[in-house]
Design a protein around this ligand. Structure first.
Ligand SMILES: [Zn+2]
Length: 668
């Protein structure tokens, strides 16, 4: 076959299977078969670079932008909708529509309101040519390169069911993230000591602002489309037809929409989803109601701010007013001070809320929060409740403006605010509260996993001066514990047994347990494998540390600073005398096939956990990292691989099945 024809055919096939996999979640071919198509396309394209076009599935991930995002003027204003939490506003909206249409019968389309980031895409000759943020409604940012990384989004339209797209058309939609993906992402960041995001929408918006599409490709972004803006033709001529057309053109659309003839029917739809919203994998914050016929929409027109033919009817129950009793200052194991709202208990979405996060001090200033204020709380899905607004009219006369802390609430030391950071930190390494949280981390499950040593027990042991740091745990004696009211002999012995067992934890867990800033479980594993012993790690300089996978200059410096501090040296002394494992278990074998090679594992393996596979790679002299890049030598692919797999394919990284990987390991 002519290579040009074969390339065309492969692209159409791959786009079709992407659609089945990412949009419909109903794949028809195995991953291996898909790989085969993809590899063949890469092969042909590498022979004929002149035939590589931007809409080829191999070109999803582009190069980083060096000069920021270009501004884009929208072809028509992207207005936002009037929105309300109030049923009477919905009735009034319906009345205005009736008046505007002089009493003629009309119907509405009700859709879910995704809590995401609005985008506008432009297609020309069936190919995605531009994608932009909403911006101020008349001008947004050109984020085409980032949008292209979203796998469910068609780079090119292959019409289904005999529908043809126009030469030029625009689609409107929303980029969002599933709640479970959001939680997993935040969890990983937290383990690495990095800043977390408040909700899926913030994370989606933040991801779209990243200048390097390779990083964006790793973010689990989703998209849904609901608007088709045509230029010339009469079809579609209603919102219902537009939704059907979008679906037929291969765009991800929401199946949850309905037609309604009256406000009562709209309210039924709204009630239904208010109740069922937690069952959806993503966040919605209401329903959108639109007059169905485009001719009617044109007749109704716009006000100065918003269309008269649509409104957002938002969910309300997740909002409650209560009194802010106090602003508490909490201190974490890295010394960061976090403000927390201590509230008069209030019911919200079925639970009683007493505390709410205030995120950071900038947020308090922005809201001008004061103790004694009446505040509004919001809570969505599995997201922690937060204070979103103050009712100034109810503010007591004596309420004082909140003053930023200058001293640590726990030890009284002066607080520091790092360049470019919003957080204040106590830098006193002997702060008792910080030490308590560090010991709690030391004993936590991913670290030394000491059963029976939760935060309350840690507080008690430190307050009673039985321990000064985690190292003192290993010198605790039974009679010291049984003197405390909290412990019966049995539970005291249980705790001591747990501490004894912790001595046998492997080196990487001990490294993680130290609680070094920015050192999460993965980094700890790489450090342990590469350094071989705690002593080597403690003596390594910044340059040597940066040779370890996933360790950059900032992490390396944090490690060096940690081991230089007096408390860390005392702690290591105690761990050594207690007989805690401070050497890596196996010495590194030099398997010539693995030595110096970088591996990424994605999906679940049948014969071992991902952890075990990574240990095996390290034990054979290779490296295991979490992100695919041009430096990756192999990707090992198990069942249900993630986005790393797609990226590896795009970068043409050699792919190993589990069996091939095992064979490689065996070849000594
Ligand atoms: Zn302090």
């Amino acid at each position: 076959m002519d290579p040009k024809q074969e390339i065309e055919r492969l692209r159409a096939q791959i786009a079709h299977h992407d659609y089945l996999y990412y949009v419909l979640a109903k794949p028809e071919i195995s991953d291996q078969e898909y790989d085969h198509l993809f590899k063949r396309l890469l092969e042909l394209e590498s022979k004929r670079p002149d035939l590589v076009t931007p809409e080829s599935p191999t070109q999803r991930i582009g190069d980083a932008l060096t000069d920021g995002f270009r501004p884009v003027k929208h072809p028509f204003p992207l207005v936002s909708l009037d929105n309300s939490y109030d049923e009477t506003d919905l009735q009034a909206f319906h009345q205005r529509v009736m008046d505007g249409l002089e009493g003629r019968q009309t119907e509405y389309i009700c859709e879910l309101k995704f809590d995401g980031v609005a985008v506008l895409l432009k297609y020309e000759d069936g190919c995605l040519v531009q994608g932009a943020t909403r911006g101020d409604g008349s001008q947004g940012d050109d984020i085409t390169a980032n949008l292209r990384t979203i796998r469910s989004l068609p780079l090119r339209i292959f019409p289904r069911e005999h529908v043809k797209a126009e030469k030029v058309f625009f689609v409107r939609g929303e980029v969002y993230m599933n709640k479970s993906d959001f939680a997993a992402f935040n969890h990983e960041r937290e383990a690495a000591g990095e800043k977390t995001f408040a909700n899926p929408r913030n994370l989606s918006a933040g991801s779209l602002k990243i200048l390097d599409p390779k990083i964006v490709a790793d973010r689990p972004l989703q998209a849904v489309f609901y608007g088709y803006e045509h230029v010339s033709r009469s079809y579609p001529d209603s919102q219902a037809e537009a939704l059907e057309l979008l679906q037929k053109l291969g765009f991800p659309t929401s199946p949850h929409w309905t037609q309604a003839k009256s406000p009562d029917e709209i309210i039924n739809f709204w009630r239904l989803w208010q109740e069922k919203r937690d069952q959806l994998p993503f966040e919605i914050d209401g329903v959108v109601v639109k007059v169905n016929q485009f001719a009617d929409q044109r007749r109704l027109g716009m006000t100065a701010r918003a269309p008269r033919w649509a409104m957002a009817y938002k969910f309300s129950a997740r909002r409650a007013a209560t009194k802010l009793e106090r602003i508490l200052l909490q201190i974490g194991r890295s010394g960061v001070i976090t403000p927390v709202a201590d509230l008069e208990p209030v019911a919200l979405g079925g639970v009683t809320i007493r505390r709410a996060t205030l995120h950071n001090f900038d947020e308090i200033e922005r809201l001008d929060l004061r103790e004694g204020d009446t505040v509004f709380l919001e809570r969505g899905g599995d997201v922690i409740p937060k204070v979103v607004e103050v009712d100034i009219s109810l503010r007591p006369a004596h309420a004082k403006k909140f003053r930023l802390p200058t001293m640590c609430p726990s030890c009284g030391a002066a607080l520091e605010r790092e360049e470019g950071e919003v957080a204040f930190r106590c830098t006193n390494p002997r702060d008792p509260e910080v030490i308590k949280r560090q010991i709690e981390h030391f004993a936590s499950r991913g670290a030394m996993d000491i059963e029976g040593l939760g935060s309350e027990t840690v507080d008690l042991l430190v307050d009673k001066k039985l321990i000064k740091d985690a190292g003192d745990l290993f010198n605790l004696r039974l009679e010291q514990l049984t003197k405390l009211e909290r412990f019966a002999e049995k539970s005291a012995q249980g705790l001591l047994d747990g501490i004894e067992r912790a001595k046998k934890r492997p080196l990487d867990r001990v490294v993680f347990a130290l609680g070094i800033r920015f050192v999460g479980e993965g980094t700890a594993r790489n450090l342990a494998a590469r350094m071989g012993s705690m002593q080597n790690l403690a003596q390594a300089d910044v340059a040597a540390l940066q040779d370890v996978p996933e360790v950059g200059p900032r992490v390396a410096q944090a490690i060096v600073d940690f081991f230089r501090s007096a408390p860390a040296q005392e702690l290591l002394q105690k761990l050594t005398s207690a007989g805690v494992t401070l050497h890596a278990e196996k010495t590194v074998k030099h398997n010539i096939h693995l030595a110096g090679k970088t591996f990424v594992i994605t999906g679940s393996l049948a014969t071992m956990s991902r952890d075990q596979a990574e240990q095996l790679i390290l034990a054979n002299g290779g490296k295991a990292t979490g992100t695919v890049s041009k430096k990756t030598d192999f990707i090992v692919v198990g069942q249900n691989p993630g986005s790393k797999y797609d990226k590896a394919r795009t970068l043409n990284v050699p792919i190993l099945t589990e069996e091939e990987f095992l064979t490689l390991i065996e070849k000594k």
